[in-house]
Design a protein around this ligand. Structure first.
Ligand SMILES: C[S@@+](CC[C@H](N)C(=O)[O-])C[C@H]1O[C@@H](n2cnc3c(N)ncnc32)[C@H](O)[C@@H]1O
Length: 330
């Protein structure tokens, strides 16, 4: 059941739990709109539609655009359907993971003109206490973006080995104290709530690390969330399948929020721009794939200081964009 408030970015979502306004401020919106500005019409896909902030702005920017929005979170799908229903036929929102994007796009006859991936977690997910995404709220360990999936944070925390936990803390969050935290988790299980986990992490890091500005459990929560939702595994395939489906001149924009995500995004876009070739010194190059995009910016773009001040959650954003080559450029 949903109930709309006056603020179009603020929908009240309920599912037998307390209503919570759907609040998420779209990140680097100016840069996203600028990247797509020249694309007047056609089909767009927002692979992580969330609360529909970017999607709405893309539809408002040009009247002849159509958009398919995907999200694996049924709450996000419901919120965006409500928020954007005034766009009628111009918008379709489906619950799907973005590694299923090929199936979604192939069921539509139109060529793909633009694609947006705004990776990671939404403010709504972080700020909804019962979903267990945040160390700030006391809740059962859950962190599933799609509550119908089997794996949740409790299973990760209470059944992974110390080595597995240390590995995912390092890989998914660059956690310096990965081994110490993993050891404490294993020693003190079962752990049943976000508060218990947050306190345990705080106690297991060295005292000076407890006194820095941010909560020492922030990275642990990020790492576990990424593992629960298998976030990194899906990015490469989804980006490649999307690029393949872009029409010549079509554009893809990706916003990522930590180094693990950005590394994958950068590599996929670089390989699409350069082709994947082996060039032994005495022989001609052998290429598995030819270049099929040009990068719109060589270097990653970061949000402005003004945006970060207005929306601190934008601070870690990294923007990359590319354009599918036209036949004459191949
Ligand atoms: C940063 S938010 C997007 C916010 C959105 N751009 C807006 O303006 O409201 C990321 C969204 O992506 C979704 N998501 C994350 N990984 C996904 C995946 N593999 N497939 C589909 N949706 C995913 C999350 O559920 C979340 O709603």
């Amino acid at each position: 059941m949903t109930e709309q408030t006056d603020d179009p970015g603020s929908l009240r979502i309920g599912e037998g739990k307390a209503f919570r306004p759907y609040k998420h401020v779209p990140v680097m919106l100016g840069e996203v709109l600028e990247a797509f500005e020249s694309l007047e019409e056609g089909l767009f896909v927002d692979a992580t539609v969330g609360g529909g902030g970017h999607a709405q702005a893309l539809l408002e920017q040009r009247p002849n655009r159509f958009l398919i929005g995907l999200d694996r979170d049924p709450n996000a799908v419901q919120a965006t359907k409500e928020r954007l229903h005034n766009f009628g036929e111009r918008i379709k929102v489906v619950q799907a993971r973005f590694d299923q994007i090929a199936r979604v796009l192939d069921s539509d006859d139109r060529e793909l003109t633009g694609a947006l991936f705004d990776l990671g977690v939404s403010s709504h997910q972080l700020d909804t206490p019962y979903r267990g995404f945040s160390h700030r709220h006391d809740a059962p360990l859950d962190m599933r973006m799609d509550p119908n999936e089997d794996l949740n944070a409790s299973i990760v925390v209470n059944s992974y080995t110390e080595d597995e936990l240390a590995w995912l803390l390092r890989t998914n969050a660059d956690e310096r104290f990965a081994r110490r935290i993993a050891k404490s988790i294993v020693a003190q299980r079962p752990i049943s709530s976000t508060t218990e986990l947050a306190e345990l992490v705080r106690e297991s890091v060295p005292a000076p690390a407890r006194r820095t500005g941010k909560h020492p459990a922030r990275r642990t929560f990020q790492a576990i969330r990424i593992a629960v939702n298998d976030e990194l595994e899906q990015i490469e395939l989804a980006l490649k399948q999307t690029i393949e489906r872009l029409r010549p001149g079509g554009r893809i924009v990706v916003l990522s929020y930590h180094s693990g995500e950005d590394k994958i995004v950068k590599q996929v876009l670089r390989e699409a721009a350069d082709g994947v070739c082996e060039c032994p010194s005495t022989l001609p190059c052998i290429c598995d794939s030819e270049p099929n995009v040009k990068l719109l910016r060589r270097k990653v773009v970061r949000p402005t200081a003004e945006e970060i001040e207005a929306n601190p959650r934008a601070a870690s954003a990294r923007f990359r964009a590319a354009e599918r080559l036209s036949v004459s450029e191949l």
